[in-house]
Design a protein around this ligand. Structure first.
Ligand SMILES: N[C@@H](CCC(=O)N[C@@H](CS)C(=O)NCC(=O)O)C(=O)O
Length: 316
């Protein structure tokens, strides 16, 4: 039964970023609740919780809302440390790898996938993505670039192949770094998974010259976890209403913009979907910022964002 301590993931099945979190939940064998959200705006049952942040996924525990996979993965590790997936000695590495998988590699995947889907991409989806990015979402232009993007995509897969081959000399070679699967593997998994969901033949072709990467990918897919409990967006809001945000002593740590606790600020992603979320600072450190908000439907909420990839500005 979903309750105030349950992990609630607001996501949709085909979302590659959400798959990172679902994979981490499987690796930690955690129980969780699933709220299916739309893949385009409007998202009327998500906005009361996030204060306007629209991207997928979002994690909720009671009245604490965690935005962006970087924040979600960090918090899963902090709140549910066993088994550890930020492997000892690899601290910081997964974020560096993640900035490549989420950046250049993901953009290459998007071009190939939507170029291949072409006319099957619904008009309202294209319109939504144009509004979200401020750029044309031109599947014909993507299709024209696809042959070159495919070369690029496979070249990046070959980094994985090289890594796995090199790791064998160190007695490993089963996982991207070290003797166990960890957060680095989670980040690397996302793009092959996204490709398999949409253009599986292309993934198979790439695996022909990257057999170690193929075996690694199959090993990752064998990791089993718990089946989530499905709940509705309304239930998730009710859980937030009945909970209070986790108590945290308000603090800011050497803020470069000299923010202080309680200050009214706005936070937005620095790439696409730049929707500003306003609130009062509870905590601001070099790696996270937590805003306190009151919403008519969700009531009192704390919203957590990572600092990398997010802009913060004073309001008023
Ligand atoms: N930096 C974000 C990126 C998330 C992202 O771009 N997610 C895609 C879906 S996989 C998205 O939000 N698309 C628009 C939407 O779902 O409304 C993260 O790591 O969570």
């Amino acid at each position: 039964m979903a309750g105030q301590q349950s992990i609630i993931l607001h996501h949709y099945d085909r979302s590659p970023y959400s798959e990172k979190i679902r994979l981490a939940l499987r690796m930690k064998n955690l129980g969780w609740c699933s709220v299916d959200i739309p893949n385009i705006m409007p998202k009327p049952l998500l906005m009361p919780l996030t204060g306007g942040y629209r991207k997928t996924p979002v994690m909720q525990i009671g009245a604490d809302i965690y935005c962006d996979t970087a924040m979600i993965l960090r918090v899963l590790e902090e709140r549910f440390p066993m088994p550890q997936i930020e492997l000892p000695g690899h601290e910081g590495l997964s974020s560096m790898i993640g900035s490549w998988t989420d950046g250049k590699w993901f953009q290459t995947s998007v071009g190939i996938i939507f170029g291949a889907l072409g006319d099957h991409v619904p008009e309202e989806f294209k319109k939504d993505r144009e509004e979200m990015s401020g750029r044309p979402f031109d599947t014909k232009a993507m299709a024209a670039l696809a042959p070159m993007l495919r070369d690029q995509w496979r070249a990046q897969l070959h980094w994985i192949e090289e890594r796995l081959e090199g790791g064998q000399g160190a007695g490993g070679g089963q996982w991207i770094i070290g003797m166990k699967p960890g957060l680095v593997d989670v980040h690397v998994f996302m793009n092959p998974w996204f490709m398999e969901q949409n253009v599986p033949d292309f993934l198979e072709t790439c695996f022909k010259t990257a057999p170690r990467a193929k075996d690694w990918y199959e090993r990752m897919k064998e990791i089993e976890g718990q089946t989530p409990e499905t709940i509705t967006g309304e239930q998730a809001i009710e859980i937030a209403c009945n909970a209070a945000p986790r108590l945290k002593a308000a603090k800011t740590e050497g803020e470069l913009q000299e923010f202080v606790p309680g200050e009214h600020v706005a936070v937005a992603p620095d790439d696409y979907g730049r929707d500003w979320v306003e609130g009062e600072i509870v905590i601001a450190t070099p790696e996270r910022i937590i805003l306190h908000r009151h919403d008519e439907q969700a009531e009192t909420i704390n919203i957590h964002f990572p600092r990398t990839g997010f802009m913060v500005r004073r309001v008023g």
